[in-house]
Design a binder for this molecule. Structure first.
Ligand code: ADP
Ligand code: MG
Length: 582
C-alpha cells in the first residue's frame, strides 16, 4: 500500500516547480477574495461614520486598489487554471505512456482473460479522472482552507457572537452533505461498473457483427443491449436523485444562514452592538465560509474517483509480465534452427487439464514438419510454446541446443516467423504493413519480399500501389491477398524458423494454390512447422507428426504412415470421404 502512495506522488516529480507556482497562485487568489470585502468594509464603515477627512479621494483610492486586486486575482486564476490543467494533463500523459508500455509487455495469457474494452477504459477514462485529481486535489484543499480559516478569523474579530451563530450551522451542513455524498459515491461506483458492462457489450456485439447478421439476430442483440442500457439509466437516476438532495439541501442551509445573519444582525443593530457596515461585511463573507463546506462533497467525489482510477491503474501496472527475460538471458546470433521438445507438458492455467503431455520431438535445421490431429488436440498450442507465447508447464524446449527460457525474448521471437489463418493488418499503407516485418527495410526490400510472396502484382493494381491505405473505405483485400501480405512480412523478417498455422485453411482453391506456392518459397532452407487440414500441404512434408491426447501417436513420412495403417491412415480415409480435409 505504501508503495502505491509513493507511486501516486511520484508523478508530480517532473513538475514540482510548476506545481508550486500553481499552488502559490491559488493561495494568492484565495487571499485576494478575502481582502476585497475588507476594502468594501473600509469604505462603508468610514462613510457611515463620517470620519474621513477627504472622503471622495479615499473612496477613489480604495476603489482603484480593489480593481488592482481583482486584476491580480484574475491573473492568478488564469495561471493556475491553465497551468494546473496542463500539469494534470502532462502527468496523465506520462501515466498513459507507462500503461501502454506495460500493455505491450504483458503476455498472451493476460489478454486471454480480459476484454479489450475494459483495458481501453483504463487508459482513457480512468486516467482522465486521475489527472483531474492530481491538479484540482491539492489546489482545492489549499484554496478552501485559506478561504475558510481567513473568513473564520475575520468574522470572529468583527462580532464573535454572530460569527458563532453562523458557525453552528456548518457542522450540520457538513454532516448532511457527507451523508448524501456517501450515497452518491456508491451510486457512481455502480455507474462505472454499468458503463463498463455497456462498453463490453458493445465491443462484443460490434466485433461479432458479421455473426449477428448471419444469424439475423439483430433483435436479440438489441434486447441484450437494452437491458444493460436500462441498468445504466437506473444507476444514473440514483446519482441525480442524491445530487438533487445535496444541492438543494445545501442551498436551504445557505438561505437559513443568510436569514439568521440578517435577523440576528438586525436585532444587534437595534441594540447598537453592531453597525450596518459590519452586517454588510458579514453577508459578504458568508459565501467564502460556506463554499468550502459546499465543495466538500465535490471534493470527496473527485478524490474517490481519482483514487479508484489510480487503484485500477496500479492493479494492471503491478501485474508482472509472466513471460520475460531471465537476468542473464543470451542474445542469439546466426540461429541454425535445430528445435527439440523434451518431455513437454502444458496446461493453460493451474486448474485446467493438461492440453499437451509427454511431447518429445527433435527437428533438424531446415526440416519441413507437418502436425496433424483432430481439432482441439493442441497443435496451435504446441506451436505457440516455441516463441514462448505461453510458458511451459513441464519439460523444456531447446533451440540450437539452448533452453528457450535462457534466450532473450526479442532474439527468440525474431528467429521465428508465424503465418496464421487470421491475418491482422494495421491501419496504414500496404508498404507500412509489409515493413512491419523489418521496420528499417528499404522500399526495394519491401518490393522484393512482396514479389517473393506473389503479392507484387495485385499490390500494383491497387489505386496507389504500395502507398494504398488499407484502412480506407473502398479498399478491400481478399483473404488470399491479405495472407500474401502477411507472408511478405515474414519474408522481410527472414527468420530461420517458420510456423504456418492453417495459413491456407480459410482460402478458396484458387487463392490457396497461390498462397501455397508463396509458403513453399518461404519455407526453403528454414525449419518449418506446418499445421494444415489439406493433404496437399502435408503430403510433401519430410515428417508428419500425428498428435493425440496422450502425446505424439505416430510419426513418419506420408508413405510410412499410410503403410502403418494407423491413426493417420484413418484420418486420411475420412478426408477422402469428406471434402479433402483432414
Ligand atoms: P488445435 O490447434 O489442435 O485445434 P488448440 O491448440 O487451439 O488446438 O487447443 C487445444 C486445447 O486448448 C483446446 O481444448 C482448447 O480449448 C484449449 N485452449 C486453446 N487456447 C486456449 C487458451 N488461450 N486458454 C485456455 N484454453 C485454451
Ligand atoms: Mg489450431
Amino acid at each position: 500500500m505504501s508503495f502505491r502512495i509513493k507511486k501516486f506522488f511520484s508523478y508530480y516529480k517532473p513538475y514540482l516547480g510548476l506545481f508550486f507556482s500553481v499552488i502559490v497562485c491559488a493561495v494568492i487568489a484565495a487571499a485576494v477574495t478575502l481582502i476585497i470585502p475588507l476594502c468594501t468594509r473600509y469604505i462603508t464603515k468610514n462613510v457611515l461614520q463620517g470620519n474621513m477627512s477627504n472622503p471622495l479621494q479615499q473612496i477613489y483610492q480604495v476603489g482603484a486598489l480593489m480593481i488592482f486586486l481583482v486584476i491580480i486575482q484574475k491573473a492568478c486564476n488564469f495561471y493556475y487554471d491553465y497551468w494546473g490543467h496542463v500539469m494534470g494533463a502532462m502527468m496523465e500523459n506520462d501515466m498513459r505512456k507507462e500503461l501502454f508500455g506495460h500493455y505491450q509487455k504483458l503476455s498472451f495469457s493476460f489478454y486471454d482473460e480480459r476484454k479489450i474494452g475494459k483495458l481501453m477504459s483504463r487508459i482513457t477514462n480512468d486516467l482522465l479522472l486521475l489527472s483531474e485529481l492530481y491538479h484540482h486535489g491539492p489546489e482545492d484543499y489549499v484554496v478552501y482552507l485559506v478561504k475558510f480559516i481567513g473568513a473564520f478569523v475575520i468574522l470572529i474579530r468583527i462580532n464573535t457572537k454572530l460569527a458563532l451563530v453562523v458557525f453552528a450551522f456548518l457542522p450540520i451542513m457538513a454532516i448532511y452533505s457527507l451523508y448524501f455524498n456517501k450515497k452518491i459515491n456508491a451510486a457512481i461506483k455502480r455507474n462505472y461498473e454499468k458503463i463498463g458492462d455497456i462498453n463490453a457489450q458493445v465491443e462484443d456485439s460490434l466485433s461479432g457483427i458479421r455473426v449477428v447478421k448471419s444469424f439475423a439476430n439483430e433483435e436479440l442483440e438489441i434486447k441484450k443491449f437494452a437491458k444493460q442500457n436500462n441498468k445504466f439509466l437506473e444507476s444514473r437516476k440514483n446519482i441525480y436523485r442524491n445530487e438533487a438532495f445535496i444541492y438543494n439541501g445545501v442551498d436551504i442551509f445557505i438561505h437559513l444562514i443568510t436569514v439568521t445573519v440578517v435577523v440576528f444582525g438586525g436585532v444587534c443593530i437595534v441594540k447598537a452592538t453592531l453597525d450596518l457596515a459590519d452586517l454588510i461585511t458579514f453577508l459578504m463573507y458568508i459565501s467564502s465560509l460556506i463554499e468550502p463546506v459546499q465543495k466538500l462533497n465535490h471534493m470527496t467525489v473527485q478524490f474517490q474517483q481519482g483514487i479508484s482510477g489510480f487503484q485500477r491503474f496500479m492493479d494492471i501496472l503491478e501485474i508482472e509480465p509472466d513471460i520475460k527475460d531471465m537476468p542473464n538471458a543470451i542474445e542469439l546470433e546466426d540461429v541454425k534452427g535445430d528445435v527439440e521438445f523434451i518431455n513437454v507438458g502444458f496446461k493453460y492455467s493451474k486448474g485446467q487439464d493438461y492440453v499437451l503431455k509427454n511431447i518429445n520431438l527433435k527437428v533438424k535445421a531446415g526440416e519441413y514438419i507437418a502436425l496433424v490431429g483432430y481439432s482441439g488436440v493442441g497443435k496451435t498450442t504446441l506451436c505457440s510454446l516455441l516463441p514462448r507465447f505461453y510458458e511451459l508447464t513441464e519439460g523444456k524446449i531447446l533451440l540450437d541446443g539452448i533452453d528457450i527460457r535462457k534466450i532473450k525474448l526479442d532474439s527468440l521471437r525474431k528467429s521465428i516467423g508465424v503465418v496464421q489463418q487470421d491475418v491482422y493488418l494495421f491501419s496504414g499503407t500496404v508498404l507500412e504493413n509489409i515493413r512491419y516485418g523489418k521496420p528499417n527495410a528499404t522500399k526495394e526490400e519491401v518490393i522484393e519480399a512482396a514479389k517473393k510472396a506473389n503479392a507484387h502484382e495485385f499490390i500494383m493494381d491497387l489505386p496507389d500501389g504500395y502507398y494504398t491505405d488499407i484502412g480506407q473505405r473502398g479498399i478491400k483485400l481478399s483473404g488470399g491477398q491479405k495472407q500474401r501480405l502477411s507472408i511478405a512480412r515474414v519474408f522481410l523478417k527472414n527468420p530461420p524458423i517458420l510456423i504456418f498455422d492453417e495459413a491456407t485453411s480459410a482460402l478458396d482453391n484458387e487463392s490457396e494454390k497461390i498462397v501455397q506456392s508463396s509458403l513453399e518459397q518461404l519455407a526453403k532452407n528454414r525449419t518449418t512447422f506446418v499445421i494444415a487440414h489439406r493433404l496437399s500441404t502435408i503430403r510433401n512434408a519430410e515428417r508428419i507428426i500425428v498428435l493425440s491426447d496422450d502425446g505424439i501417436e505416430e510419426e513418419g513420412n506420408y508413405e510410412e504412415l499410410m503403410a502403418l495403417n494407423g491413426k493417420f491412415a484413418r484420418l486420411y480415409k475420412t478426408q477422402l470421404d469428406s471434402c479433402h480435409n483432414i
